[in-house]
Design a protein. Structure first.
Length: 77
């Protein structure tokens, strides 16, 4: 059960990251999606989705590697 919960916790940011990439890609091709009134807002929301999801994954990996002692001394607490 714990593995399933961890999987779900990692799937949600993956979906947000994919949505962020899609929003930014649609902006570059000039496609406006309905909830956004302006195309520049669509790009900013996509960039925020991508950045937050990416930082979540990076923090998760750093935390896991710190627990296992696989990071250099620079990244230790």
């Amino acid at each position: 059960m714990a593995r399933m919960a961890a999987f779900i916790v990692l799937v949600i940011p993956a979906i947000l990251m994919a949505a962020g990439i899609k929003f930014m890609r649609d902006t570059l091709f000039g496609i406006l999606i309905s909830p956004f009134p302006w195309i520049w807002l669509q790009f900013i929301v996509g960039a925020i989705f991508f950045a937050v999801s990416f930082l979540f994954f990076a923090g998760f990996l750093l935390h896991r590697d710190r627990k296992r002692g696989k990071v250099s001394e620079r990244w230790q607490k």
